[in-house]
Design a protein around this ligand. Structure first.
Ligand code: ASP
Length: 725
């Protein structure tokens, strides 16, 4: 999913449950749009879910006094979902979610990316520093406590009061436990929920298919249907002797979960009920037209243009050697995933005529609110978005330069912080500790770094940043330097990488080995240091607060807009809360779709399609002999259906980034697949959902089990699972 260092324009709001209940009475049986809060399913959705075929109850999905299905759904790392599939804490997620861990364990000698990895016993499982898995213990509506004493006007909300209330609620709710708590706004701050969580810190890699299965189709197929990717990897949660979270230790033992998902081998049919349980990251379904226009016409194009340049260089480097392929694999995936999504999203919004659709609702809104406080609200958005636009564009330019551009800027910035703290570190006796951490950082950083590639990226991306950014918001030092170089980027960039100590591990380590006042001065004069310092300080001086202030008007505007939409246009839309990385349920059915006039996509793919796409020696569509032999012998074990092996399927579950790795459940709450993507024609669903065209893509659990059992021979893992035939 898209990880963004600088500001993201996330907006929040809320409304009252009783209003929602009234709204939902009018739902049709094919309502599939929405990501619903598990705690409200009984009241809001259960009836409809049962009418669509679900055989379990809302209480089976979410309960706090007894184990329920929610206890098997975990946040994986920073932004994916995972699920427990054995009573020994076996955790299933996507290959692309475990990718950086698989990559971190890979080397030319042990190329797990290329050949896969399978632990045949517990002691072969690999620890992953920093990786966590988190479950929701319980959630609770705390709106009245959070908003107690707070009022809102245009562009301002009593954030201090809200923050203090939240702090108190959090402290009280976890006192004396090993749990964590967070309070999150819903419906742009109209409603707030408390989440009590339990975070496990010893998560070990158990199994991963080779990329020729786990990433089959590569970027060409990413976000595409028909799809043939076995996008899964397996981890295991370890705990202390009391089944509680603990840091990594050889004494830890496999987690005994409250629930693990039984796995269904019964198969899937068109129109079957499906349910996705997971942690969708971010949607913005209620934005008014000026914001949608900003995303479609300004922000997405900037991001796409810059990433396209960076990716062309990374792709070339990765194709040139195995060493560079491994070094850049995880970075390439991160950059290209969002890049391709934004292309699909922009196209989808255009196709839906999204601005027109929004304008229709806005005209209704204006008619319905005549004579009220909200009458002029939408006009205000025009101005607010205009004021916000200049900072939003600049924010994206900085963001893309730092996170999709050359890494040396980000890396050198660590030293800007270090140099700033140097006098304090020295006087407090913490200097050695800090140097040691930079030394470790250097080892990790340079393992995945290639000077020539980074220099090429700098040469490609820096001019785009300079040409695109509003000069008054750019780093003056950089402008001055470039004019000193007469805008000769070749010479500027070459000089920078040749002279900077941050371009080579040896230079960095030598410097760290002899840190003193003199070497600090040398660091301060380093060209990459100066560049990083100027870029970051210019961002913090000219964008950070200004962006936030401008955004505040939009956010509080959204709070009012949402409130008024519910009050004055209650039937215009099903008002589920936007995704905000909290636990949600999306339900729908197994179905195909027509993305374009004259095209119909079947809902299912099989292993036959893998073979049809096979291109020997291709970086994305290659296969190995074992796979081909098993296919030729039709050796599908108990996982096949007819003469083939089902591989992936589409369904009408409303999902987004963060739902990667989510369990796909059937009407009985049994695992039938693992969610990993959406069709490209669906990606506008983060802003505007289209029930006709929006489909999530899941890997059929039978294919996952076939890879583990038959292809990899890891039957030790299958034995742990509860299989329903
Ligand atoms: N592929 C997405 C992810 O990486 C899932 C989605 O957006 O549908 O989270």
């Amino acid at each position: 999913m898209y990880v963004c260092f600088f500001k993201t324009n996330i907006m929040y709001k809320r409304f009252s449950l009783s209003i929602v209940s009234l709204l939902l009475i009018s739902f049709s049986l094919h309502a599939v749009e929405g990501m619903w809060l598990p705690i409200l399913l009984k009241e809001l959705n259960e009836k409809e879910m049962k009418a669509m075929g679900m055989r379990i109850s809302a209480d089976d999905l979410y309960a706090i006094n007894q184990a329920s299905l929610k206890d098997a759904v975990f946040i994986f790392g920073g932004g994916c979902t995972s699920e427990i599939i054995s009573d020994q804490g076996l955790l299933l997620t996507n290959h692309h979610c475990g990718y950086s861990q698989i990559q971190a364990h890979s080397s030319l000698q042990n190329d797990y990316l290329k050949y896969g990895f399978w632990a045949k016993s517990l002691d072969e499982e690999l620890p992953n520093k920093g990786l966590t898995a988190t479950r929701i213990v319980r959630m609770e509506n705390v709106t009245s406590q959070v908003l107690n004493g707070a009022t809102r006007n245009d562009g301002s909300l009593d954030q201090q009061i809200i923050d203090n209330n939240i702090k108190r609620i959090i402290e009280q709710s976890v006192a004396g436990t090993h749990y964590d708590a967070s309070v999150k706004p819903f419906y742009y701050g109209n409603e707030y929920y408390l989440f009590i969580t339990e975070t496990f810190k010893d998560i070990r890699l158990v199994g991963a298919p080779p990329s020729l299965i786990g990433k089959f189709g590569g970027d060409t197929d990413n976000w595409m249907w028909p799809r043939h990717t076995g996008d899964f990897s397996i981890f295991r949660i370890y705990t202390d002797a009391n089944n509680n979270p603990a840091e990594y230790s050889l004494n830890n033992r496999p987690y005994k979960p409250l629930h693990h998902f039984p796995i269904s081998l019964k198969g899937i049919k068109e129109n079957d009920f499906t349910l996705i349980y997971g942690f969708p990251g971010r949607t913005q379904e209620y934005l008014p037209s000026p914001m949608v226009s900003l995303i479609m016409h300004d922000l997405n194009p900037i991001r796409i243009r810059i990433r396209s340049k960076a990716l062309s260089i990374i792709d070339q480097a990765m194709a040139s050697s195995d060493e560079l392929r491994i070094k850049y694999a995880a970075k390439q995936s991160r950059i290209s995933n969002a890049y391709k999504k934004w292309i699909g999203e922009t196209r989808g919004l255009k196709k839906l005529d999204a601005l027109k659709v929004k304008n229709v609702i806005e005209a209704q809104f204006e008619r319905a609110t005549i004579g009220t406080y909200y009458e002029t609200l939408l006009n205000k958005f025009d101005k607010w978005v205009l004021d916000f636009r200049m900072y939003a564009l600049a924010n994206d330019y900085y963001n893309e330069l730092i996170f999709s551009g050359p890494e040396i800027i980000r890396y050198a910035y660590n030293y800007v912080k270090f140099v700033k703290n140097y006098p304090d570190l020295k006087s407090s006796g913490k200097l050695d500790e800090s140097i040691e951490s930079l030394r470790n950082g250097a080892n990790g950083y340079f393992k995945n770094y290639d000077l020539a590639t980074d220099r090429k990226i700098m040469l490609a991306v820096l001019p785009m940043f300079i040409d695109g950014i509003n000069p008054s918001l750019g780093p003056s030092y950089l402008f001055d330097e470039l004019s000193r170089y007469k805008k000769n980027y070749d010479v500027f960039v070459n000089d920078l990488y040749t002279r900077s100590l941050f371009s080579e591990q040896k230079k960095v380590i030598d410097c760290l080995n002899s840190i003193n006042d003199k070497s600090i001065q040398k660091i301060k004069n380093d060209p990459a240091y100066k560049l990083a310092e100027s870029i970051y300080s210019s961002y913090f001086d000219k964008i950070n607060n200004q962006y936030e202030e401008a955004d505040q008007y939009i956010q509080t505007g959204m709070y009012h807009y949402m409130k008024a939409l519910l009050k004055y246009l209650p039937n215009a839309k099903k008002y589920y809360p936007d995704a905000n990385s909290t636990l949600r349920v999306a339900y729908g059915k197994v179905e195909g779709f027509s993305p374009n006039d004259g095209t119909w996509y079947h809902w299912q793919t099989t292993i036959d399609g893998v073979m049809a796409k096979y291109i020997p020696d291709d970086t994305e569509f290659d296969l190995d002999q074992r796979f081909i032999d098993l296919y030729n012998k039709r050796q599908y074990g108990r996982y096949g259906e007819g003469n083939t092996l089902p591989l992936a399927f589409t369904a009408s579950n409303h999902t987004t980034g963060g739902n990667s790795g989510s369990p796909v459940l059937n009407a009985d709450g049994h695992l039938i697949g693992i969610n990993f993507d959406r069709a490209w024609e669906s990606t506008m669903s983060d802003i505007m959902y289209d029930p006709e065209r929006c489909r999530n893509i899941s890997c059929d659990i039978r294919y996952v089990l076939w890879v583990i059992d038959v292809y990899a021979g890891a039957s030790n893992l299958i034995k742990e699972m509860t299989i329903v035939q």
